[in-house]
Design a protein around this ligand. Structure first.
Ligand SMILES: [Zn+2]
Length: 298
């Protein structure tokens, strides 16, 4: 399978034509790389936008692309046809720096050509995620390619940052530093129905306690002081996408506030639970008890 690194620049705008916010691709860059991550061949296409003809200041600032630079640009359909010709008839293994580019590419295919999947892609790996794993970094924060080039002192004075074909070259240089064949091969996922299902899955919060995806055990808690099952002392209430209820331990008397949030995932649901002890009440008995305890420590 041919391996390619893809990078896109796009212009985001609110558009009636697209029925909402749409990220319209204005440049596609790609490089073919060998098994050693050396660049074999390059591709670049500039697209003249049709959904929103005006580039946002943010895009112009980032990429240095101006409206007039796109006047001689091609259409999305022609650009991806040329990309397909560059890649060849066999499906390619595709790398992008974070899967945002992949999402935007899919969105543009669906909007402009009606294709529901990326036709030339046989397998996919997220180069950013792979880099973070190889370096033992947390994957919570999305690390920018320019930052990584700085970190690794990757040569970048011969390319222009945030232009698609050049960002592909930089990604290849970063990968050269960190990859090994076995782990990179493992990072690729086949671009099948399951892959697209995961990529485009939109998570939501469950707001109905009767939803069968919420299990009774998700709504039960144990006393963190004595380990016994807690008794709920009021109704569950929904506040800002989470359920709240008060609990009390029948054995030791400790009171709690519990918070439960259930979000849908591609594989089912994920549940976040939190149990916070309420501060002890200032009853005469408690005050006396704490005074006795404090005196005992002296
Ligand atoms: Zn207890």
């Amino acid at each position: 399978m041919t391996t390619i690194i893809l990078d896109l620049e796009w212009n985001g705008s609110f558009s009636k034509k697209a029925h909402g916010y749409f990220n319209e691709i204005i440049e596609i860059g790609a490089v073919k790389v060998g098994p050693d991550m050396q660049v074999i061949d390059r591709f670049g296409a500039v697209i003249r936008p049709t959904v929103s003809r005006k580039l946002t200041e943010w895009v112009t600032g980032l990429t240095n692309i101006k409206d007039e630079d796109l006047q001689d640009g091609t259409t999305f359909a022609k650009a991806v046809a040329a990309l397909q010709a560059f890649i060849g008839p066999e499906p390619a293994a595709v790398l992008t720096w974070s899967n945002t580019d992949l999402m935007v590419l899919l969105e543009n295919y669906r909007f402009f050509t009606g294709e529901q999947t990326i036709p030339f892609m046989g397998a996919y790996a997220d180069a950013q995620l792979y880099f973070e794993q190889r370096q033992g970094l947390g994957t919570a924060q999305q690390i920018a390619l320019s930052k990584v080039c700085e970190m690794l002192q990757v040569k970048d004075d011969d390319v222009s940052a945030h232009r698609a074909p050049d960002d592909c070259v930089l990604t290849a240089r970063v990968l050269q530093r960190v990859y090994d064949e076995a782990s990179l091969a493992q990072a690729f996922r086949p671009a099948d129905a399951d892959f697209y299902g995961r990529l485009t899955f939109k998570s939501s919060t469950l707001v109905d306690l009767k939803d069968p995806r919420i299990r009774p055990a998700d709504l039960q808690f144990r006393c963190s002081a004595c380990g016994r099952g807690l008794k709920r002392c009021g109704e569950w209430k929904l506040h800002g996408y989470a359920f709240f209820a008060a609990f009390r331990c029948g054995a030791c008397g400790q009171e709690y506030n519990a918070r439960v949030q259930v979000r849908t995932t591609y594989d089912g649901v994920s549940v976040k639970r939190k149990l916070v002890p309420k501060p002890a009440k200032e009853t005469p008995e408690n005050i006396l008890k704490s005074e006795v305890e404090n005196n005992g420590k002296k």
